[in-house]
Design a protein around this ligand. Structure first.
Ligand code: PLP
Length: 395
């Protein structure tokens, strides 16, 4: 008799659907011939050379062992220096920073360290696919706040306040936003801070993976910059996006010791430490790569303008993104669902993009287009998009 696997697998795991993005990657991979991919949330740049060199040198120098659980102190000091320089915030390298395996680990650690079964976690959608899943894996209850294009996909203070209950454990905010490209300015965050001041029990998990990809003024803007919230904001950050270091699998959390310590405990038992090679690359990245990331930011900014114009030319409504490397146009005028649109665009024009509903139900009627791709590919894709939309409108 074969095993009843369903009864063996955790219900929490069974209930979480696989990431809807996967389907489109798989479909694009199966296609024959050249496919332009504007689907991936990953820089097309190779990691800047000096950072790669630091990684190579770490191996030559024999840094091939476990590091301390929280990360090499040099890496943590470099991160603290970076946060001081770019955000103007201070953390203690010894007790308030943990080097993680990407920002992804930070999101998971926060959920596991904070949630008791039934606790509510406010998730601002559309958002990165891991937020809801990590909360559900940890037996938390996601409470969704849907942002809107007419509000530039910003989190509105009154919408946050309406979602807070006495069961709210924390709220996850992710700006610059994946998938919309929305940013929150310091003035916007100040209004959110006012709400949080009225709810002193609510913790904030601030995902700042795209903090350097802000085209308004090129600077990070964050709730961590409000001293009044110092005791309850956990920053999740990393090097994957701004530094083009996805494969290094390295990120960090920074926050008050009382909240970081339980996460270090989980990390200690489950991960041990982030990869040593990557941690030494981080010293170089955090200390010396400001110019390199500026060059990439300038290039993304150029592509952003091209893509926004391309979407206009194709006749699609698009809120102007000012952060990350995504545009999130509406495809409602075509009469197709997000999935139908992406599937047909891929099959008929060989361009892969991602349905907006993969990032939350309010993303239905939208698609995510990544401009972490060459200008040539972006221009060609925009030409094909225009053709595709015209053909759809003709019927
Ligand atoms: C908003 C956001 N947060 C976190 C991550 C995870 O990044 P990392 O590669 O550092 O784990 C991603 C990756 O796509 C992301 O888009």
């Amino acid at each position: 008799m074969s095993l009843d696997y369903d009864s063996k697998i955790s219900k929490a795991v069974q209930q979480v659907p696989p990431s809807a993005i996967r389907k489109f990657f798989d479909l694009a991979n199966e296609m024959k011939g050249h496919v332009i991919s504007l689907s991936i949330g990953e820089p097309d740049f190779v990691t800047p050379w000096t950072i790669r060199e630091a990684a190579i040198n770490s191996i030559i120098d024999g840094y091939t062992h476990y590091s301390p659980n929280s990360g090499y102190i040099d890496s943590r000091i470099a991160i603290v220096d970076y946060l001081k320089r770019r955000y103007g915030v201070s953390y203690d390298a010894k007790s308030e920073v943990l080097v993680t395996v990407g920002g992804s680990e930070g999101l998971d650690l926060a959920a596991r360290a904070l949630i008791n079964p039934g606790d509510e976690v406010i998730i601002v959608e559309p958002c990165f696919v891991a937020y809801k899943a990590t909360v559900e894996f940890a037996h938390g209850v996601p409470v969704i706040v849907s942002t809107k294009p007419e509000n530039d996909y910003k989190l509105k203070p009154e919408e946050l306040e309406a979602a807070i209950t006495d069961k709210t454990k924390y709220v996850i905010v992710g700006y610059p936003n994946n998938p919309t490209g929305a940013v929150m300015t310091l003035e916007d965050w100040a209004k959110i801070k006012d709400v949080l001041m009225r709810h002193p029990e609510v913790i904030v998990l601030s995902d700042e993976l795209y903090c350097e990809l802000n085209y308004l003024d090129g600077k990070p803007a964050s709730l961590t910059q409000f001293a009044e919230l110092r005791d309850r904001v956990i920053m999740v950050n990393g090097f994957s996006k701004s530094y083009a270091m996805t494969g290094f699998r390295v990120g960090y959390i920074a926050g008050p010791h009382e909240l970081v310590a339980p996460m270090i405990k989980i990390h200690q038992y489950c991960i041990m430490c982030a990869p040593s090679t990557s941690q030494l690359a981080v010293v170089e990245a955090a200390m010396n790569a400001d110019n390199e990331i500026k060059k990439m930011r300038d290039e993304y900014n150029h592509r952003r303008r091209v893509i926004v114009q391309g979407l206009k030319d194709a006749g699609l409504d698009c809120f102007t993104p000012y952060g990350a490397f995504y545009a999130f146009p509406s495809i409602k005028s075509t009469g197709l669902s997000s999935e139908e649109f992406c599937e047909r665009f891929l099959l008929e024009k060989h361009v892969a993009i991602v349905p907006g509903n993969a990032f939350g139900a309010c993303g239905e009627g939208f698609v995510r287009i990544s401009y972490a791709a060459s200008l040539e590919d972006i221009k060609e894709a925009m030409k094909l998009l225009k053709e595709f939309v015209e053909e759809l409108k003709k019927g």
